[in-house]
Design a binder for this molecule. Structure first.
Ligand SMILES: CC(=O)N[C@H]1[C@@H](OP(=O)(O)OP(=O)(O)OC[C@H]2O[C@@H](n3ccc(=O)[nH]c3=O)[C@H](O)[C@@H]2O)O[C@H](CO)[C@@H](O)[C@@H]1O
Length: 480
């Protein structure tokens, strides 16, 4: 453990001596927790982090539309589309994907280090149950999708394949996620194929460049954004693990989309077929101000511009047919080859853009009282997972159907969109459609037929509640 003198010297080098201001008041246990935290901070990095945070915050407040002027839509030849492709082509991609899966070349990676502040639950979002008849949580639905797609590949290729599941957590989510998986016996998956690892945490910084203390002995820390993935891959030797298992392709996705198709054979097959090293699934944006990033090009390089970083006038621009010009909505489903990930982790990670968020960060004042600020007082820096697109040699986008693939859980019930209710309805509507398409009929409690409804409104449940286990069907297929 670091000594007090060593900690003091470190903090002085970084201009952060105030972190020890309550030292004389701390118990032995409290002071060792603080020393432990300081031992993880390298003085030069800390100095640079605080400087960069203040500089980024000053740029943030004077943000203008200069980025917008350099944006252009993804050229149509780089976008594959479920909507615009015939059955034969979709089958060809799906077959390619299943072949890769059957040869143990595909893994999935879940980004689960976020704090889910907007949903407002004190546990990881993946443990959330949106109120389906089965009571399944997001983690369980995802685990069952893995099992099903493995089974589809096994049946087609007479094999026993495995899709390893890497799960990136953070200090906030690792403990409860691990326990949840253990308590639920890994939902039937083999524990050695579920690899959890932790991303780094970084300090929140005040506008004066000083790191914020959230307790007398605790620095306010937050995960370094989902782009912290690339550092975490190195810290936790995940690329070596992929190499050892012979994995070539990784499907990276975010935790909160109830319709996520993990290791989607069609998406994997499309990317492999195009020789892509990096790809993104997108949906057609529903309306200009929808809170999704847009996949586009900036100065000729692929990029996602977040909804918070685009000017409303740009989001509203339309093409000749009246369609949104920037319509490729990012759904945080990405494809990477192992080779590309290795290159990014080794060569480009330090060049990733730092995005800045100005937040209300609770802190202790000079007298040691806890203060909950009423206006933003802290700078949080984050890297974004998609900021590596610009290093890709062969980037592709793949447009999928929103009603089949995208319904995120972001907000608590009561908000107008992306709530537990909207997520539940999207899944039940999908399963209702699948049941009708498979020739199913629904009867009411008096055994009278419920007339089928082929188009549904977002704010109503389907006419019959029918939940299909992912263990039964992955795409809505009845039998392969
Ligand atoms: C940066 C990013 O990807 N933004 C996308 C994200 O936005 P959004 O703003 O919703 O991003 P979130 O903060 O929910 O994070 C997305 C995912 O990253 C994980 N996470 C987040 C922070 C962190 O430090 N560690 C970590 O693992 C979260 O647990 C979640 O699984 O999803 C939207 C679709 O739903 C997209 O339109 C946005 O372009």
């Amino acid at each position: 453990m670091l000594s007090f003198e060593a900690a003091k010297a470190r903090l002085e080098t970084a201009g952060q001596s105030h972190v020890l201001q309550f030292w004389s008041e701390l118990s032995a246990e409290e002071s060792s927790a603080l020393l432990e935290e300081i031992s993880l901070l390298k003085p030069e990095e800390l100095l640079e982090h605080c400087r960069a945070a203040v500089e980024a915050a000053s740029r943030h407040s004077s943000a203008d539309g200069r980025l917008d002027a350099r944006m252009e839509p993804v050229p149509p030849e780089f976008i594959g589309s479920v909507r615009k492709s015939d059955e034969e082509r979709l089958k060809m991609w799906g077959d390619e994907g299943l072949l890769q899966i059957s040869q143990d070349r595909v893994a999935v990676l879940l980004l689960a280090g976020g704090q889910g502040t907007r949903l407002g639950v004190p546990y990881p979002k993946g443990m959330y149950n949106v109120g389906l008849p089965s009571g399944k949580t997001l983690y369980q639905i995802q685990a069952e999708h893995i099992q099903k797609v493995q089974e589809l590949a096994n049946l087609k290729h007479a094999c026993r394949c495995t899709i390893p599941w890497y799960i990136m957590t953070s200090e906030f989510t690792l403990g409860p996620t691990e326990k949840f998986f253990r308590d639920n016996e890994y939902f039937g998956l083999c524990p050695s194929n579920v690899v959890m690892f932790e991303q780094r945490m970084i300090p929140a910084v005040g506008f004066d460049g000083k790191i914020i203390l959230e307790k007398k002995n605790k620095i306010a820390m937050a995960p370094d954004g989902n782009g912290g993935l690339y550092r975490a891959l190195v810290d936790n030797k995940i690329i070596e693990d992929m190499e050892r298992r012979g994995l070539e392709y990784l499907h990276v996705y975010c935790v909160d989309n109830i319709l996520v198709k993990m290791a989607d054979p069609v998406f994997i097959g499309f990317c492999v077929n195009k020789g892509a090293d990096c790809g993104a699934k997108v949906v057609d944006k529903a309306y200009p101000s929808e809170p999704v990033g847009v996949v586009c090009r900036v100065d000729g390089l692929y990029q996602v511009i977040e909804y918070s970083e685009i000017q409303p006038e740009t989001a509203e621009l339309r093409g000749p047919g009246g369609e949104l010009l920037f319509s490729a909505g990012n759904i945080c489903n990405h494809f990477f080859t192992r080779g590309f990930l290795k290159e990014v982790a080794e060569k480009f990670e330090s060049q990733l853009k730092q995005h800045v968020a100005i937040k209300k960060v609770p802190f202790v004042d000079g007298e040691g009282n806890l203060v909950k600020p009423t206006k933003p007082n802290g700078i949080k820096m984050e890297k974004f997972v998609f900021d590596v697109f610009k290093f890709s040699n062969t980037f592709v986008a793949f447009e999928v159907l929103r009603e089949e693939e995208f319904s995120p859980l972001k907000n608590a019930d009561g908000a107008p969109l992306d709530t537990p209710t909207t997520a539940r309805r999207s899944l039940l509507a999908q399963h209702y459609r699948w049941a009708l398409a498979a020739g199913g009929n629904f009867l009411d409690e008096q055994d009278k037929p419920i007339p089928p409804k082929h188009s549904m409104t977002k704010n109503k449940d389907p006419p019959a509640i029918c939940e299909i286990s992912p263990l039964v069907s992955y795409f809505g297929e009845v039998k392969m």
